[in-house]
Design a protein around this ligand. Structure first.
Ligand code: FAD
Length: 490
């Protein structure tokens, strides 16, 4: 398996090419084909913490990366209007309180509340309190768990510089044909406009929604998830920063979807996500323009999508990475993460002795699909569990049937306060608890171990955690100052 051809040079293409070249070195030859005329999707700004690890694996200097991508730090997402119009909650990357191996902190907090403790659950999470006060610092022992808000186009450019230094060959051109081998049915080569031909052993389809290889040539099929995730359109544009950037993304629900606001160092990314059945383009644009801070810097970028997943993520000698593999909408900033997972998996399952193993393909597809289904369930939760009934969109969401796996999670939490992280699931207990409580689920009971503490002991524990969070946050600098210092210092 010597020749790896990456089709497409968006965030997916360059994340794949740079990582493979850096990891595999001279054992492979990586060629990337991209078309300047077609360009990239031009959105994708909010990420989740594993990207920090990805960059570390590639030996990337964090300050350099942040300067190059105009990145800010991200501690979570503020959700407005999801439970009911006017309500808000925060999904943070942090860990709330202190737990016991047998029971998460929510059990102790629920027990405390039944005994008259009034303080909100949020007050026990360092990342959450810091975010809402616009503060940030990296603390010893990775005590603050964070991600980035970045310009993914600049990230791709940054990785291109790295990849080319590590030996990736970049070819600019439009892929006009995908040639299949007459005998095996595998992809043999990409044919470019102008007649050039690029042969390869393993092809990574990073052509975005076009999915030229995995679908156009190999017809892998697509599972449509719009009955669970009904938004199918977005409009994105950028505005100047009118205030110092905060370390969190905003997701503001409206009556047919939601709107994002993502502050980078030099500008803010904005977009409206909506279901075209209930809101047309003009009305969506008007709504977006009516809820901006500052005048648009860019023309509106309209994007249509279909939520779902490619049925085979790896098929024959082709792996779909990025939007070609599926899209679940950007609500919890999971797309770039799925690219990262796919790239690391391809490297782990790099075919040996020049042939692709059917076992690797099966393993890859199962693992990648499991990631996608777990994320899908987490996203559906935001739409399904709501008290909103003020529009046809929200009534449809509240009435929809959801996957059994999600029903089990929701009902278990409602009855017992318990959440279990299964099979290295991306979103851990803290995420599920914050979102389930934020969306309005009240657990009816809690683990009996929380009653083991006397009232005085419980009081002391809760007070201690809260005061520790308070003290730590008081000592943190403003996020914008920290970013400026950090990026300037490297
Ligand atoms: P693209 O960026 O579309 O790149 C495709 C590449 O293929 C381009 O280089 C193009 O030139 C090339 N190409 C296509 N056809 C040809 C051809 N015929 N010949 C040659 N080259 C070709 N993700 C997040 O993690 N966080 C977010 O906040 C987030 N927000 C999003 C909001 C919206 C509305 C959408 C739609 C997506 C969002 N995403 C987000 C997803 C994120 O944008 C993508 O996962 C990421 O940009 C990767 O895209 P890609 O590289 O797969 O595709």
């Amino acid at each position: 398996m010597k020749r790896i051809v990456v089709a497409g040079g968006g965030t997916a293409g360059w994340m794949a090419a740079a990582a493979i070249a850096r990891t595999m070195g001279r054992t492979v030859a990586v060629t990337l084909v991209e078309s300047d005329a077609i360009g990239t999707i031009g959105v994708g700004e909010s990420t989740i913490p594993p990207l920090v690890t990805y960059n570390r694996l590639l030996g990337i200097n964090e300050a350099e990366f942040m300067r190059a991508t105009q990145a800010t730090f991200k501690l979570g997402i503020l959700f407005d209007n999801w439970k009911v119009d006017g309500d808000r909650y925060f999904h943070s990357f942090g860990f709330t309180g202190k737990d016991h191996w047998s029971a998460g902190f929510q059990h102790f907090w629920l027990a405390g509340r039944s005994k008259g403790h009034q303080q909100p659950y949020d007050d026990y999470c360092l990342e959450l309190v810091a975010a809402l006060e616009g503060k940030f610092a990296q603390l010893p022992d990775n005590r603050v768990n964070y991600a980035y808000q970045l310009d993914s186009g600049l990230y791709a450019r940054f990785l291109r510089g790295m990849g080319e230094k590590d030996g990736v060959t970049r070819i600019e051109g439009k892929i006009a044909r995908v040639e299949l081998d007459g005998e095996s049915g595998d992809i043999a080569a990409l044919g470019l406009d102008g007649g050039r031909r690029i042969e390869g052993d393993l092809f990574l389809d990073c052509t975005g929604f076009r999915a030229l290889l995995i679908e156009g040539a190999l017809h892998a099929g697509y599972d449509d998830w719009t009955h669970w995730l009904p938004c199918d359109s977005a409009i994105a544009l950028q505005t100047p920063n009118v205030r110092p950037p905060v370390p969190y993304t905003r997701a503001m629900a409206h009556d047919a979807g939601w709107q994002w606001r993502i502050p980078l160092q030099h500008r803010t990314g904005n977009g409206i996500v909506y279901c075209s059945r209930y809101l047309d383009h003009d009305a969506a644009l008007e709504r977006l323009l009516g809820n901006l801070e500052g005048e648009p810097l860019t023309p509106p970028n309209k994007i249509r999508f279909q939520t779902g997943a490619r049925r085979k993520q790896w098929h024959r000698n082709c792996v779909a990475i990025g939007l070609s593999g599926g899209f679940m909408e950007p609500l919890e900033s999971t797309s770039i993460h799925l690219i990262q997972r796919a790239v690391l998996r391809v490297i782990r399952m790099m075919p040996a002795q020049g042939r692709v193993s059917e076992r690797d393909i099966a393993e890859f597809n199962e693992q990648q699909f499991q990631d996608m289904e777990q994320i899908r369930d987490f996203l559906i939760l935001h739409y399904k569990v709501t008290d909103r009934r003020d529009s046809s969109f929200w009534r449809q969401c509240a009435a929809m049937e959801v996957p059994d796996s999600l029903t089990q999670k929701i009902e278990l939490f409602r009855e017992t306060g318990r959440v279990f992280r299964r099979n290295e699931e991306l979103f851990a207990e803290n995420s599920w608890v914050q979102v389930m409580m934020g969306q309005g689920i009240e657990p009816q009971s809690w683990h009996p171990i929380a009653e083991k503490l006397t009232d005085a002991e419980l009081d002391k524990t809760l007070t201690h955690i809260r005061e520790d969070v308070r003290r730590t946050v008081n000592g943190l600098p403003a996020h914008a100052d920290y970013v400026a210092r950090y990026c300037g210092a490297a």
